[in-house]
Ligand binder design. Structure first.
Ligand SMILES: C[S@@+](CC[C@H](N)C(=O)[O-])C[C@H]1O[C@@H](n2cnc3c(N)ncnc32)[C@H](O)[C@@H]1O
Length: 310
């Protein structure tokens, strides 16, 4: 395969000799493996609460040696997906706005970049764009490209760069006051567009993976975590929160995939309820720095679990 224009841009960016037969995915995958982290591009195009970037090195130790296709039913920012760059993959999330971003990057990258370039890093402008979802009639008038552009802009210029909605589904993070937030990271967006080429992207509940997973596929579940304390509850990725019944529902899906001969990995908090639910599987402890809670005990190094069936 001869490198196309986007790929040559990426090779140039990475400072590599580019004018030869080389598959972009294999190339970046090799590079990722070598440095054990996400290299320059592509990387997650959105900052996401609970993102797994900082855990990649620990997760890397427990990845299956080989697998057929890759499924990630709680894709979020997709840190592990961008690390692995699998050739065959299915990405799922129930956050409609997030999945719209993935699809627009996959299919309308030029329009998206043009739209992102028009945003301004100004407080009044930020609140004007943020307020569009307070009026559903106005919100529904936005095109898919405008919605993706709004989401990426708000994510980059809001405080702490995260996505959080209130019980009405309204984006509610304040203006970040950053000097020069990069809301149009063209180089990375082009790279993400290239790696999403043949990837299936689904907006739906995690259980959709049962329709698609086959023996020897690798499924990585990274659900909203079971809170470790009453004050440590960040589950507002959508207006519906993820509760204990959802964790049990997820366990049943995990078991069914296990029975089917799939390789399954799941991340969660180090919590008695979770440890007990998955007690028949192999539990690995990992350590993460979390700073999402206002409660001081929620900061610093905390224990998390990786549950694997292989
Ligand atoms: C912990 S985050 C995933 C973070 C991701 N691994 C990363 O590296 O950015 C959990 C994700 O699950 C999604 N989610 C919540 N409930 C869901 C459900 N019932 N089905 C599918 N996705 C869901 C949220 O929208 C969120 O993107």
């Amino acid at each position: 395969m001869r490198a196309n224009k986007f790929q040559r841009n990426i090779f140039n960016y990475l400072g590599e000799d580019n004018d030869n037969d080389v598959s972009l995915r294999n190339f970046i995958r090799r590079k990722n493996k070598k440095v054990k982290k996400i290299v320059g591009v592509p990387h997650p195009f959105i900052k996401w609460a609970g993102g797994k970037k900082q855990l990649l090195e620990q997760i890397n130790k427990y990845l299956p040696k080989n697998f057929n296709k890759y499924l990630e039913p709680f894709i979020g920012g997709g840190a592990l997906f961008f690390y692995l760059l699998p050739n065959k993959a299915i990405l799922i999330d129930n956050n409609e706005e997030l999945i719209n971003c993935y699809r627009v990057i996959q299919n309308k990258i030029g329009e998206l970049i043009n739209s992102l370039k028009k945003h301004k890093n100004e407080k009044d402008y930020f609140y004007k764009i943020r307020s569009i979802d307070r009026n559903l009639v106005e919100f529904k008038k936005l095109s898919d490209v405008e919605r993706a552009s709004r989401m990426i802009y708000l994510n980059r210029s809001c405080f702490n760069g995260l996505y959080r909605v209130n019980s009405k589904g309204e984006f509610n993070v304040p203006f970040g006051k950053y000097e020069n937030p990069k809301f149009c990271d063209k180089e990375n967006l082009l790279a993400v567009n290239t790696v999403l080429k043949d990837i299936q992207i689904i907006n739906g509940d995690f259980k959709e993976c049962l329709e698609l997973a086959e023996k020897d596929d690798f499924i990585y579940f990274d659900p909203p975590y079971q809170p470790i304390s009453a004050t440590a509850n960040f589950t507002s990725y959508t207006k519906e929160n993820f509760n204990k019944e959802d964790q049990v529902r997820l366990f049943k899906v995990y078991e069914e995939l296990d029975n089917r001969g799939c390789k399954v990995m799941l991340s969660n908090s180090y919590n008695e309820f979770i440890l007990d639910l998955y007690k028949k599987y192999d539990l690995k402890t990992v350590h993460a720095k979390r700073a999402i809670n206002s409660d001081a005990s929620g900061r610093g190094q905390i224990k998390e679990v990786l549950i694997i069936n292989y």
